[in-house]
Design a protein around this ligand. Structure first.
Ligand code: ADP
Ligand code: CIR
Length: 363
């Protein structure tokens, strides 16, 4: 059981960040002295402040991004720094987002990216959602987390039969079950120092849990980084099946639950990298040759990183963000989520993965 994280005074955070000469985060790049001075004493209506947004990035100077929104209103209050980070991460000129568009399920054909089953181990698509009217982790109380959990569990009753399943609260789950679920890539854990310093593990495990459909291909994470993460996953490369399942679940759940959404951010999430579509479509893929090959320019660790960057893809380790790849298998997903539609984000991932597979085969 965990208590709330310890808040560090914003002056102390700023000192750490401004003294960190080789910090490469987007926070470091975009929180200028002028912006810091203008924002350091502001508060949202529920009391969210700049410290809540930047503590993780100032304590973890190796952050890639380094900033979260203290609460949904923080995207307005702290827009001078958050908008700059958002534009840089999602590669957009303006912070704005189109209406959701998942494509026409009757005609859409994304297909199987690896019908022979040679390179792709598994495929997963997830989206994040926030309950409208509820705060983000730094200011969420135990009661609010429990209320969100209850609302969500009630909504699962309305899923179509093939997606119905069981909810497993983290509180009371045995250590053995928990460890196995994590090893199998289903369940989240509370060992990410980036999320911890953002308040993500406050009052853990209260209000956290995981829902599974009977075949374990549709899942929901409750109160991990976001209030909700809806996930569709299965072994192999059938992106079409994975995506359609997720869209079907979302259709049902969107009728029952009210999600935070606006013109500027699209679907609102705790981390600015997830705004907009909130969609991360990934494969666990065997690319040992690309991972070992040298990049053509010194900016990248290997050829894989270079091809990923050029195709707006993001490589991660196979046990989640900030982990390493194992046995030449890595997690590759679309990087941009804002300023494009869900279908665009999926197509960006699909086209990029096709290129990665061709490049691996050519070596
Ligand atoms: P998220 O996608 O939720 O932002 P992570 O990168 O932390 O977060 O990954 C969460 C979990 O999902 C990890 O256990 C990871 O191994 C698993 N995962 C991600 N993509 C795939 C995939 N294509 N196949 C199997 N598991 C996956
Ligand atoms: C970081 O800054 O590294 C963490 N706060 C995680 C940011 C989300 N990562 C990403 O690139 N999608």
């Amino acid at each position: 059981e965990e208590k709330a994280y310890k808040k560090i005074p914003v002056e102390e955070l700023w000192e750490k960040l401004s003294n960190a000469k080789d910090c490469k985060s987007l926070l470091k790049k975009h929180l200028t002295k002028e912006r810091y001075e203008a924002l350091k004493d502001l508060k949202t209506s529920i009391g969210g402040d700049l410290g809540d947004c930047i503590q993780s990035g100032c304590i973890n100077l190796d952050s890639g991004v380094g900033i979260y929104a203290c609460d949904p209103e923080g995207y307005d209050t702290f827009a001078p720094v958050l908008d700059a980070v958002i534009k840089d991460y999602h590669k957009v000129e303006k912070v704005e987002h189109p209406e959701p568009c998942f494509g026409d399920m009757a005609t859409i054909d994304l297909g199987n990216l690896d019908p022979e089953g040679k390179m792709i181990v598994s495929t997963r698509v997830r989206v994040g959602r926030s309950h409208s009217g509820f705060p983000f982790p730094p200011s969420a109380t135990v009661d609010q987390r429990l209320e969100m959990e209850k609302k969500t569990v009630a909504a699962f009753e309305t899923l179509p039969d093939e997606l119905k399943g069981t909810y497993n609260s983290l509180k009371g789950m045995s250590k053995e079950v928990e460890t196995q679920l994590i090893a199998d890539h289903f369940l989240f854990k509370n060992d990410d120092r980036f999320l911890r310093e953002a308040g993500g593990y406050n009052y853990w495990p209260d209000g956290r849990g995981i829902f599974f459909s009977k075949d374990k291909k549709f899942l929901t994470w409750i109160n991990e980084e976001d209030h909700l993460r809806f996930i569709s996953m299965q072994m192999g490369g059938d992106l079409g099946a994975v995506y359609k399942r997720l869209v079907k679940a979302l259709e049902a759940l969107s009728k029952e639950l009210k999600f935070a959404h606006n013109k500027k951010c699209g679907f609102v999430t705790f981390c600015p990298t997830n705004l907009g579509t909130t969609c991360r479509a990934s494969v666990h893929i065997k690319v040992p040759k690309l991972a070992a090959a040298k990049a053509t320019v010194p900016d990248y660790k290997c050829l894989l990183d270079e091809i990923c960057a050029k195709n707006h893809l993001q490589p991660r380790g196979i046990h989640g963000e900030h982990t390493e790849s194992v046995g030449g298998v890595c997690d590759i997903s679309n990087k941009r989520r804002l300023g494009l539609t869900e279908l665009d984000a999926i197509m960006e991932m699909k086209n990029g993965i096709v290129k990665i597979m061709e490049a691996e085969k050519s070596l």
